[in-house]
Write a protein that binds this ligand. Structure first.
Ligand SMILES: Cc1cc2nc3c(=O)[nH]c(=O)nc-3n(C[C@H](O)[C@H](O)[C@H](O)COP(=O)(O)OP(=O)(O)OC[C@H]3O[C@@H](n4cnc5c(N)ncnc54)[C@H](O)[C@@H]3O)c2cc1C
Length: 200
């Protein structure tokens, strides 16, 4: 018996992977979508900036709906990580964590990006519940809260975040200078150059 050769294998089950799977499978191709939705950075997020989705939606629910859609059109979800990829002639061979091997003509990489982490206690556990990596996405959720804004693009992010009435603590870890801070109409209550300076 010969092994099935898939037309497309998508590595990633986040929004990019799911959308790719929906498009690919509707072309009547054999599609496998690898990866776990719970490993998507959207999984723990509260989302209110997606078009056509009113109100605040849970990332988990959006991912589950997208997953169902991809499956209904015929994509085969495989909730495993790929550990190894090799090429033989015109085909690719993938080895999954369970030991399963998959052969395909095409691979789409949709594995997301990893954010620069601070490595402070609670950061991982509170991701999506107080810890955010996108001012544009989440500033609105923190109205009235005391917020620390940390990063290299802090000046731009501050300008955006300033539209939300928060008390800001600003931690500088990038290219933002004192002159940049002075340009802000209402400079933040506290400006620190490092976490250590803020929390001695
Ligand atoms: C706290 C938080 C809040 C956010 N809020 C919003 C918001 O409100 N609005 C918004 O638009 N965006 C928001 N984002 C950003 C959004 O989550 C990302 O832009 C989006 O998830 C990126 O999608 P992606 O498919 O590229 O990657 P991801 O969603 O990160 O998915 C990556 C996928 O790749 C898989 N994968 C990785 N390596 C392997 C491997 N070796 N084998 C198999 N699979 C693999 C993972 O299992 C996962 O399924 C938020 C992010 C965070 C962290």
């Amino acid at each position: 018996m010969t092994n099935q050769v898939y037309d497309v294998v998508i590595i990633g089950a986040g929004p990019a992977g799911i959308q790719a799977a929906i498009h690919a499978v509707r072309r009547k191709t054999d599609v496998v979508m690898l990866g776990r939705i719970e490993n998507s950075s959207l999984y723990a997020a509260h989302v209110e900036n997606y078009a056509f989705c009113e109100g605040v939606r849970e990332g988990k629910d959006l991912l589950e709906a997208g997953h169902r859609q991809a499956r209904q059109f015929g994509a085969e979800p495989v909730p495993e990580d790929v550990l190894k990829i090799s090429q033989e002639g015109e085909h690719f061979h993938l080895e999954l964590e369970s030991g399963r091997k998959i052969e395909t003509r095409t691979i789409i990489f949709a594995m997301g990006v990893s954010k620069k982490k601070l490595g402070v206690p609670g950061e991982k556990e509170l991701s999506g519940r107080g810890v955010s990596y996108c001012v544009d996405c989440d500033a609105n959720f923190y109205k009235g809260a005391t917020v620390a804004v940390i990063g290299d693009r802090i000046y731009t992010d501050m300008e955006l975040a300033r539209r939300i009435p928060c008390d800001f603590i600003l931690v500088l870890s990038g290219e933002t200078t004192k002159e940049d801070i002075a340009k802000l109409k209402e400079p933040p209550a506290l400006v620190a150059r490092s976490l250590a300076e803020l929390i001695p």
